[in-house]
Design a protein. Structure first.
Length: 756
């Protein structure tokens, strides 16, 4: 029996390594968001600073490991076999749950994930023990640390409300002081801001980042706690003087605050959150040591696990820190989670990741009404002065990709406020989540900075609602999932263990494959970069890419729908609808960027702007036609109507083959930007339309003779008519390209003649 526990320890070690990777991928947003969004320093420099913070924090984290051993459940109520089952269930749940959130690109709390997993496992096993024990006198509360669990739950709402409100207030005041043109005011207020900011971060490092470090003895902690005000005062004086010196030397003090804050949050993250990833496996290893020391008795109660003398192995912490640093540099999912935070807080407009919902609309409308009431009572002169502080400077570069998502004032406020809130929460023994605080502070500062205007507010608020909703889902799913796995392991024993490990392996493999495919598709997809288009030549090139992509996808979708309609394959028709939605979103994104394309084109490119708008119109017509074909084909099969007859499917395949030939030629032409064959392709228009017209005539004859299904006729006519519209839209698009290229060639020749 002892061998199975060794196998479980090996499995826990493997799960810990994976958990470190998925955990860092999710939590990286906490300390990288502000630095990356503001572009205060290069990405490489920021990563080096964060890596140093993580490495040091990991080595100093041994004091936090007791939360996994006894912080949530009471080990004296469980046997060695029980705690091993709970620990294994927790790790399986944590790995799968965090991987799901990473794949979705949503930040969640690793602390809540592991805490509620422990709670779910302990509660389910506790209930089982109560039911199976005839002499039971315990209640479920005897099995768990209810005070700690209650604190964690209450911290969710507390973190959300406090962080958003305080972040918004501090940012509003900071913006009024510095405005967006902070370069001219930094010499007056920069030293004070630097002194306050870096002092707060220093306090955060000492009282949060290092409070659980192995070298922080009880005497040293007591001395620091007794002299907090003195430490703060001396720190403020020192950093204010140093900030003034740096400003005199023309060094941007905001950049110093951002670097320091990134290091501090990375240090605190590793020092306090490492327990979320390897605390459970380390607790399992310590349990095994206790088990061996007491004669390998699997039924012994594990009260010794609550001993404060148990310390994590230094080398395990070192390995954990190394995996965290490696993951930080290599994880693509981490970049997606960071992108979510930066996207929701960016100053500029553009394509929004989240769709608006009813709740976001109600909230935005309510805030607008409140704003109108406040403006009514606010003196007009004061309102004008405040508005002036929020006037944004003109972009230095026309390329949006070179501009930061927000400026260094906001990035500094993000880090300083988050550091202060987490440090104060720690001193008051409030379990504020690092993820919740940093994310909501970032949202509060972006709101106060007027980044959420009427063009983007409903989408940004919807995004925040989705993320917050995900936090509660984390707690609920972690509890139920860990409880379920605990029950399976308790009843299934060895068989359940191996079955679950195989299942985890399969799910992680599928997730990785799916994410790789998704990433590859995203990289291969030629997205229209509004900031990269300035001339007629570039608009033609980009339009060609987009037209080629739409033609390629339309061609593939049309063929799939006709084939699946003939086979009555409902599942594949449903997949076709998903592909259609993606194509529709691509077109919608292009339409959203029209403003920026026209804005960025040079003054001589009025015709190019009109050309681009018309191109989008024809692309939309093409997508609407293929959309009708896809949706109605799915609806026909989904409603169990009569199958199309063999002759009808054969005729549709004839049209499909002709369309494939046409679209393949067009795809090649647009990919190579070779429009010499446009005239020849346009000549095929009448032939193709005549073929469709003949099929319509054949169906009319069928109705008058053999056809007896009105639903079939409706679908068939609809498919042919929309195919007719699809061909017309495609040909209109070609004629537009032909005419525009003629104009460009004529102007080029005139320009050459004038030159000579």
């Amino acid at each position: 029996m002892e061998q199975i526990y060794l196998v479980m320890l090996v499995a826990l070690a493997l799960l810990a390594s994976i958990d470190l990777m998925v955990g860092v991928a999710n939590d990286a947003v906490n300390f990288l968001n502000s630095g990356i969004g503001s572009k205060a320093v290069s990405f490489k420099t920021l990563m080096i600073v964060a890596s140093i913070g993580i490495a040091l924090g990991a080595l100093f984290s041994s004091g936090m490991m007791e939360i996994a051993r006894s912080g949530i459940f009471v080990p004296s109520m469980f046997t060695f076999n029980d705690v091993m089952i709970i620990f294994l269930a927790v790790m399986i749940t944590d790995v799968l749950l965090l991987d799901i959130f990473n794949s979705l690109g949503l930040p969640t709390s690793t602390t809540v994930s592991v805490v509620f997993s422990l709670l779910g496992g302990a509660v389910c096993l506790g209930v089982y023990k109560m039911i199976t024990n005839d002499n039971n006198t315990n209640s479920i509360l005897d099995f768990i640390n209810q005070a700690k669990a209650t604190e964690i739950v209450s911290s969710i709402l507390l973190s959300v409300v406090l962080s958003f409100s305080i972040g918004a207030f501090v940012q509003y005041i900071s913006r009024i002081i510095f405005s967006f043109h902070y370069e001219s005011r930094i010499k007056y207020f920069g030293a004070i801001f630097g002194g306050i900011g870096i002092s707060a971060i220093t306090y955060f490092i000492l009282f949060k980042g290092l409070k659980s470090s192995s070298f922080m003895t009880a005497d040293l902690k007591a001395m620091m706690n007794a002299n907090q005000l003195i430490i703060l005062g001396v720190s403020f004086l020192f950093w204010t003087i140093l900030s003034q010196v740096l400003i005199t030397l023309k060094i941007n003090i905001f950049r110093v605050v951002i670097i320091t804050g990134t290091f501090a949050l990375a240090l605190a993250f590793a020092g306090n959150d490492l327990v979320n990833f390897i605390g459970v496996p380390i607790a399992a290893l310590q349990s095994y040591d206790i088990y061996i020391a007491n004669g390998s008795n699997a039924t012994m109660l594990m009260g010794a696990l609550a001993s404060s003398e148990l310390q994590a192995n230094f080398w395990l912490l070192l390995i954990g820190g190394g995996i965290m640093v490696y993951t930080l540099w290599t994880s693509k999912k981490a970049k997606e989670v960071i992108e979510t935070g930066v996207s929701l807080s960016r100053q500029s407009e553009g394509t929004e990741r989240f769709d608006a919902n009813n709740l976001s609309r109600v909230i935005v409308r309510g805030v607008m009404y409140i704003g109108q009431i406040l403006n009514y009572f606010l003196p007009k002169s004061l309102e004008v002065k405040i508005d002036k502080q929020f006037e944004k400077p003109k972009p230095v570069s026309k390329k949006k990709s070179e501009e930061p998502a927000f400026d260094m004032v906001r990035a500094s406020v993000n880090l300083v406020v988050a550091s202060i809130l987490i440090a104060v929460g720690t001193s008051l023994k409030l379990p504020l989540s690092t993820t919740y605080v940093t994310f909501m502070v970032a949202m509060g500062t972006s709101f106060a900075d007027r980044a959420w205007d009427r063009e983007s507010a409903v989408y940004r608020v919807a995004g925040v609602i989705n993320v917050i909703g995900g936090w509660f889902v984390t707690a609920f799913v972690a509890f139920l999932m860990a409880g379920t796995i605990t029950v399976l392991l308790n009843f299934g024993k060895v068989f359940a263990f191996f079955a679950l490990m195989i299942t985890v392996g399969i799910l992680l493999y599928r997730s990785a494959r799916k994410h790789m495919k998704k990433t590859k598709e995203r990289e291969e997809e030629v997205k229209l970069k509004k900031e990269d288009i300035f001339s007629i030549k570039e608009i033609i090139s980009e339009s060609s890419s987009q037209v080629g992509k739409v033609i390629r996808k339309t061609n593939s979708l049309y063929t799939d729908v006709i084939n699946n309609l003939g086979l009555q394959d409902l599942a594949k028709l449903k997949e076709n609808k998903k592909k259609l939605k993606k194509l529709e979103k691509d077109i919608d994104d292009l339409k959203s960027n029209v403003y920026y394309v026209i804005k960025n084109l040079d003054e001589t490119s009025l015709e190019a702007s009109k050309f681009y708008v018309l191109i989008l119109g024809y692309l939309q017509d093409m997508v609407q036609s293929i959309g009708y074909i896809t949706i109605n084909s799915h609806s026909h099969i989904n409603n169990n109507h009569k199958q199309l007859k063999f002759n009808q499917i054969r005729d549709l395949k004839t049209v499909d083959n002709k369309l494939q030939h046409l679209f393949n030629r067009l795809d090649t032409a647009f990919q190579k930007e070779d429009f010499s064959q446009i005239d020849n392709i346009l000549k095929e228009k009448s032939h193709l339309l005549e073929s469709i017209s003949e099929l319509i005539q054949k169906q009319i004859i069928r109705i008058r003779t053999t056809e007896n299904s009105p639903k079939n006729s409706k679908l068939y006519f609809g498919l042919l008519l929309e195919t007719n519209d699809l061909v017309k839209a495609t040909m209109n698009l070609l004629e537009l390209f032909k005419e525009f290229n003629k104009q460009i060639d004529t102007k080029s020749k005139e320009s050459i003649v004038k030159t000579f």
